[in-house]
Design a protein around this ligand. Structure first.
Ligand code: MF3
Ligand code: CO
Length: 255
């Protein structure tokens, strides 16, 4: 990680463009939320997402990125992130993380949610709640005057206070005319450190939270990240812009 990352400040016009690409991402989730059910294959979800993105005049942001082969990342249970869609079908009691990116007019949107499939156990329901709250804890801290790692620290503190762990090997990021820009936004760190947050900064915050240990590894497909202990993991992500004193969530539907 660079100690002095160059963080590109976005103009109000650019933030407006980012609002549009992220609205498409939000629309994908609106559709997929309803489609997630026992028996559905991850490839079917991928097709639905791609169809929506293309119909809005955008392109899937992940497809072709470092040769990634799909529109979505779909990660089930002990899979943390970057699961490749295929013939596997969701089953009752699974949790499924869905990550999607869209490029509209050269501006990127990026978000993720983790959903229960059918009836899930109490412990994993708590994992989902804690992870989603971790994201919103980070968003609350993302305001002018705070420092970057205040966000990281706030997320880590919340998650660990609930007995779960944050993944360290993958992080959030700046986003704009590129899917990944500086700075990296870790989900752990020391308060009072890192660059000061300013109006016009845009970040994808994305806590990945494990039931057990924070350790992860990559499978032989070169993409799928799984927990080393085989316990489950959840992932929530929003693209946010610091527009006033606080942050606006771009990857959400405003209607
Ligand atoms: N949301 C993830 C990220 O920001 C998705 C990237 S998947 C990839 O890293 F295929 F594009 F790498
Ligand atoms: Co991201």
């Amino acid at each position: 990680m660079h100690t002095n990352p160059v963080i590109i400040i976005k103009s109000p016009r650019e933030i407006h463009e980012l609002r549009k690409s992220n609205a498409i991402v939000a629309e994908v989730f609106q559709k997929l939320r309803k489609a997630v059910a026992p028996g559905v294959s991850t490839r079917e979800l991928d097709r639905m997402a791609e169809e929506i993105i293309l119909s809005r005049g955008a392109t899937p942001a992940f497809k072709g990125y470092r040769n990634y082969p799909a529109t979505l990342c779909v990660s089930i249970n002990e899979e943390v992130v970057h699961g490749i869609p295929g013939s596997r079908r969701l089953k009752d009691g699974d949790i499924v993380s869905i990550d999607v990116g869209a490029n509209l007019n050269g501006y990127f949107g990026d978000a993720a949610i983790t959903l229960p499939v059918g009836e899930v156990d109490q412990e994993v329901r708590r994992l989902l709640e804690v992870t989603e709250r971790a994201l919103h804890t980070g968003i609350e801290i993302a305001r002018v005057g705070n420092r970057l790692f205040d966000i990281s620290h706030g997320i880590q503190k919340w998650v660990e206070s609930k007995g779960f762990s944050v993944v360290r090997d993958f992080v959030g990021h700046g986003i704009g005319k590129n899917l990944h820009e500086e700075p990296q936004v870790p989900n752990f760190g020391s308060p009072g450190q890192g660059p000061r947050l300013e109006k016009g900064m845009v970040f994808a915050l994305e806590p990945m939270v494990n039931e057990g240990s924070h350790e992860v590894k990559i499978l032989s497909d070169g993409w799928t990240v799984v927990t080393v202990d085989g316990k489950r993991s959840a992932h929530f992500e929003h693209t946010i812009a610091i527009t006033d004193e606080n942050a606006e969530i771009l990857s959400t539907l405003s209607y």
